[in-house]
Ligand binder design. Structure first.
Ligand SMILES: [Zn+2]
Length: 481
């Protein structure tokens, strides 16, 4: 009888602290051994390659339900294909609530779709858009009992945003139930005020999207999101930090002991507002919120990554095409920026872009890369079996060619979206094979996985997001909300 179901032989294993030559023995979907010379099972040759933990993308919009019915163009099958092609084996996606409705119905439908289609393992963020008493007290305890421990809130966007009192209600529920709150931080009124003025002045082109939401708008909301989380004593993660101004607010809070983490995304490291300033409607392909900034901002983000102010790099993959019924051009080529859907696709590009811009340039080490793209997101979202190469962990691995140069094309992304904002960009570093729980699910760009083979990751209580126990006057208001 073979000792192992598979042996990954001769690669350079990269962990968050080390880099060493080792064979990896896999048994029953888990890493069973790490040693110099393993025998006793089929062999996968990794000589000349690095072996990294499978990517954990903790912020992806996949088959997200839409208010008007239906869902994102990016389905669990196509989104999983893109993920595996790009070396990502686990994702955290979004179940949503629609204003005036509950959370349990959409969550059940979302779980059904995921169970049918997913080919990566997945956990779920619950978006709260309407925190009524019934949602807070009746629905959320059931959501958490079902293994969802991340609540997502928006401080801007018309159908989604919460005011401060509503945000406090969600923070309070999260504190009582043992959840992390993830926050989209931009000031709703400031954006509405500036957008109205831009439109009045005839400034409607895609590039004015960036003008409608300058860094100070993000800084203010980041500060407020953190201050209110500090008031309630609930841990939060600030999503998609686009500028050093917002990172600075996170850094200041961390220094006084507040439990806050920061995420950024490749689009803020490789794109800029200038991408939106193109003839015609082309700039819409680069529109996301917050907006990409400039080279100075990007340099500041790299500093924040090195200082560990920003600890997670996700894709914020968005499920809309350029053309298509809900796509960028759905309101026509003359649509003002306020009518153009926000978001860029990036599931498959995330790891190659970060390696190329981060490791290949010397800004970060391979171990930093592993921490930012797998280890820290797994820890922060309570995915205990994910994001590391160690005995007992799930055998989610990427065989990585650190030197391969690749010109990015939309076909290589393998998503359902009809464009990539990174078209034509040349990157260094590429995933040549992906293993999910010991099974080879991608080799040389060919994804071989079965819809529904992805597992739901129910998240139990975990220590990293335990509140500090520090509340003003020693009065825990959240217990009485
Ligand atoms: Zn998002």
């Amino acid at each position: 009888m073979a000792d192992y179901d598979l042996i990954v032989r001769g690669g350079t294993v990269v962990t968050e602290t080390d880099q060493f030559r080792a064979d990896i023995g896999i048994r029953a979907g888990r890493i069973a051994a790490l040693a110099d010379n393993l025998d006793g099972g089929p062999v996968m040759d990794a000589a000349g390659l690095m072996v990294l933990p499978g990517g954990v993308d903790s912020h992806c919009h996949i088959e997200q339900l839409q208010a008007g019915g239906g869902a994102d163009e990016e389905t669990f099958v196509t989104g999983s294909t893109a993920a595996l092609a790009g070396g990502t084996t686990s994702v955290v996606t979004f179940s949503t609530q629609f204003k005036g409705g509950g959370v349990l119905g959409p969550l059940a439908e979302y779980r059904r779709r995921a169970a049918a289609g997913a080919m990566v393992d997945y956990a779920i963020h619950q978006i709260i858009t309407d925190p009524t008493d019934a949602v807070i007290h009746d629905d959320l305890p059931q959501v958490v009992a079902g293994g969802v421990r991340s609540l997502k809130v928006f401080l801007t966007y018309d159908p989604l945003r919460l005011d401060d009192r509503q945000y406090l209600a969600v923070l309070s529920a999260a504190r009582r139930l043992g959840c992390l709150v993830t926050v989209h931080c931009e000031n709703y009124d400031a954006i509405a005020w500036r957008s109205a003025a831009l439109l009045r002045d005839g400034r409607t082109a895609p590039k004015y999207h960036a003008w409608s939401r300058p860094p100070v708008v993000e800084r203010e909301a980041t500060h407020r999101a953190i201050a209110l989380a500090e008031l309630v004593d609930t841990p939060i993660e600030v999503f998609h930090v686009s500028c050093p101004e917002a990172a600075e607010e996170i850094d200041r809070a961390k220094r006084r002991g507040v439990l806050v983490w920061g995420e950024t995304c490749p689009q803020y490291l490789v794109l800029s507002a200038a991408n939106m300033d193109q003839p015609g409607f082309e700039g819409a392909k680069f529109m996301c919120s917050p907006a990409p900034r400039d080279a100075t901002a990007t340099a500041g983000l790299w500093d924040a990554i090195r200082l560990r102010t920003l600890e997670v790099i996700s894709s914020d993959h968005s499920g809309w095409s350029y053309d298509g019924p809900r796509g960028k051009r759905s309101a026509g080529d003359a649509a003002p920026f306020t009518d153009i859907p926000n978001g860029v696709p990036g599931l498959a590009a995330r790891l190659p872009l970060l390696w190329s811009e981060g490791v290949a340039t010397g800004r970060i080490t391979p171990s930093d890369f592993v921490r930012l793209t797998a280890g820290q997101p797994a820890r922060l979202f309570g995915l205990a079996s994910k994001g590391r190469i160690a005995p007992g962990a799930d055998a989610d691995l990427v065989l990585w060619d650190p030197a391969r140069r690749t010109r990015l094309t939309n076909a290589l992304m393998q998503h359902a979206i009809d464009y990539t904002p990174y078209e034509g960009m040349e990157v260094t570093g590429w995933p040549v094979a992906t293993l999910l729980r010991g099974k080879i699910v991608m080799r040389d760009g060919v994804v071989d996985a079965v819809p529904g083979s992805g597992r739901y990751l129910a998240v139990p209580p975990y220590g990293m997001i335990r509140p500090r126990g520090v509340v003003p006057d020693g009065f825990d208001a959240a217990a009485f909300c």
